[in-house]
Write a protein that binds this ligand. Structure first.
Ligand code: AGP
Length: 623
């Protein structure tokens, strides 16, 4: 939901923090801010809007600080204004905090603190964390209160500082962590300390990057690519601090932990735009390679063979995810039931968790998540674990929280996906899912008509097709529409759901996908002359039925834009986007790219930033 960073070392801290924040901006862009140590002072600078507002505000300032924390915000508590922007100071201005997550009991804690004389200036839960830390510090060091009360009235003319022992700070931080319920990844700067950054983590992602005479902290690895190569994923309940040459992590009992640093194979070019205009454009083009790399890695590392076949002796199957990942799950359900005749219970994670799902120790629960940090899906993992179900996650980010919670991981190899709209990760999820189905068919002794090779061949069919030229007229015609409808049958309906989500989330046009057969049961009332309907028709066996629906639409004056390999339909519809022919079950690997291109091009035509759509964030780490 938000991105947090910290830098401490021999180089200038603020430019480094801002540079790391840039790679995290996809996690939220309502406001941005930095706090940095300036001798005995602690300075905070924050701006509303995108990070570039903060960067340009600071660009002519040389800030000789070696220690800074930064934040880019997706507003959860309090509107996206300067007052609520992070970093947040405590009432006594002895510290600054940046935070990603939601402290669920913040109001209760805020009331308690107000009774103790604390005053608040923002509507955020983060400010409560800051003041609670300040409270526990004062509780251990009563003189602090007087010192800072005097100092703040003297408008910082007191150029000394009241040094608190690091152990006391860790103890106070530990007390705060024990009091707070919910999710938080926080970095803390103490006034007067220009050589240490404190942190705490619970449910929201946080990693440490180990450098040469410098160390980093960040919400996830893309922020630190090119900065360092060794990473430690902080676990839930862990707290600690980093200096430029020391890293200390404590478990929930304040026992010092021995850290196992991992290297992450993300190349710098994977997180830079290169010759593309936006990450979404780049990542659409990477879709085919993401499929191939996912398949190859799963095969080479024998990922599926690690899953004990015994779990498939007597099981029920459940799939849950959110958004685009859920749409990949719908394809999984469709293909598993069609080809393996195994029933699949599937639901949105936000529904699954509260519907009292029929899961037990014989259940196999599949979770699909690009980030591995989606709170709704993580809650379902925890629920499934609590009944002893076998949990399997398809994830794209190594070291994610989901990976630490499940029994088996099936990694997708799309590389870092920066654009908020998921494109290449969806393709990689489909590839991994089809491989899983192929593996399950083998265990069950069922013959199916596709294989990893046929999937790789299918996705290659439009790897080099540039759909933007062909889509140009369509984009110009739909870009000012209020609503665009999507229809399809079978897998084509499932593709229309994803096509509609893509278009709506980056163009802000209202898009509604519906089963083509449902039109006459109500939705046809929405159809008026010259309205646009995107029809997807790749399934030969549903050809006639979908064609009837197209005729229904034509007779009511709708403009049908058909995504289909069947050339003969060109003169029946308003416009056809021709896609390559492939076996019906593999149509997702050829039909999705043009739909993604349509969304991207329409967003551009409407002057939107396709990488950072309004109100959205890449990783929804709050429920
Ligand atoms: C898709 O374009 C959106 N960004 C969103 O629906 C996303 O797929 C969803 O939030 C799930 O994210 P995850 O895959 O990281 O769990």
């Amino acid at each position: 939901m938000c991105g947090i960073v910290g830098y401490i070392g021999d180089r200038l801290a603020v430019p480094n923090a801002l540079n790391c924040l840039k790679a995290l901006e996809y996690r939220g862009y309502d406001s941005a801010g930095v706090a940095y140590a300036d001798g005995t002072e602690l300075k905070i600078c924050k701006m509303v809007g995108k990070l570039e507002n903060l960067t340009s505000h600071l660009k002519n300032k040389i800030i000789p600080s070696s220690c800074a924390i930064g934040h880019t915000r997706w507003a959860t508590h309090g509107e996206p204004n300067k007052q609520n922007a992070h970093p947040h100071a405590d009432y006594y201005k002895m510290l600054a905090v940046v935070h990603n997550g939601i402290i669920e009991n913040y109001l209760e804690l805020k009331n308690e603190l107000e009774k103790k004389g604390y005053k608040f200036y923002s509507a955020t839960d983060t400010e409560v964390f800051a003041n609670l830390l300040s409270f526990y510090l004062i509780e251990q060091n009563p003189l602090l209160k007087g010192y800072y009360a005097v100092r703040n009235t003297m408008h910082n003319t007191l150029h000394s500082t009241y040094k608190i022992d690091e152990k006391c700070i860790i103890k106070a931080l530990h007390s705060v962590v024990l009091k707070c319920k919910g999710s938080f990844a926080v970095a803390v700067l103490m006034r007067g300390y220009d050589d240490v950054i404190f942190f705490a983590k619970n449910k929201s992602p946080l990693i440490i990057g180990k450098g040469e005479n410098e160390n980093f902290i960040a919400s996830d690895t893309p922020a630190l690519i090119g900065c360092c190569k060794k990473f430690y994923s902080i676990k839930d309940g862990e707290i600690g601090y980093i200096t430029k040459d020391r890293i200390a992590v404590f478990d929930e009992n304040l026992k010092v932990l021995k850290l196992n640093f991992k290297t992450v194979n993300i190349r710098p070019e994977q997180v830079i735009l290169g010759n593309y205009s936006h990450f979404m454009e780049k990542e659409i083009e990477q879709g085919a390679d993401s499929v191939t790399e996912t398949i190859n890695r799963i095969e080479q590392m024998k990922i599926l063979e690690r899953i004990s076949p015994k779990i498939f002796d007597n099981f029920d199957l459940h799939i849950t995810a959110c958004g685009t990942a859920l749409h990949a799950g719908l394809i999984a359900k469709c293909v598993i039931e069609d080809k393996l005749k195994i029933p699949v219970d599937l639901d949105y994670a936000s529904e699954f968790r509260y519907k009292k799902p029929l899961i037990s120790s014989k259940s196999i629960c599949l979770f699909i998540s690009q980030s591995g940090e989606t709170a709704d899906t993580l809650s379902c993992v925890e629920l499934s674990n609590s009944v002893g179900a076998t949990t399997i996650a398809f994830t794209n980010v190594a070291g994610s929280r989901m990976e630490s919670l499940v029994d088996y991981i099936i990694p997708t190899s799309a590389g870092p996906e920066i654009a908020v709209a998921s494109t290449k990760a969806y393709m990689a999820q489909l590839a991994a899912i089809y491989q899983f189905i192929e593996y399950l068919a083998k265990i069950k002794g069922i013959t199916i008509e596709f294989s990893s090779d046929s999937v790789k061949n299918a996705v290659l069919k439009n790897k080099y097709i540039n759909y933007y030229k062909e889509l140009e007229d369509v984009v110009q015609e739909i870009k000012d529409e209020e609503s665009v409808y999507f229809i399809g049958r079978g897998i084509d309906y499932l593709l229309s759901l994803e096509g509609a989500l893509k278009l709506k989330e980056v163009s802000y046009i209202h898009c509604e996908a519906m089963p083509a057969g449902e039109l006459k049961h109500g939705s046809l009332a929405l159809v008026r002359k010259d309205c646009f309907v995107i029809a997807i028709l790749t399934q030969k066996e549903l050809y006639d039925k979908t064609l009837n629906n197209i005729y229904e639409l034509n007779s009511r004056g709708a403009k049908v834009i058909l995504f289909s390999p069947f050339k003969e339909l060109r003169n029946i519809v308003y416009k056809q986007i021709l896609i390559p022919e492939t076996e019906p079950v593999l149509s997702p690997f050829v039909a999705m790219k043009p739909l993604q291109c349509l969304a991207y091009a329409t967003a551009i035509a409407r002057g939107n930033d396709p990488d950072k759509p309004r109100n959205l964030a890449k990783s929804v780490t709050v429920e």
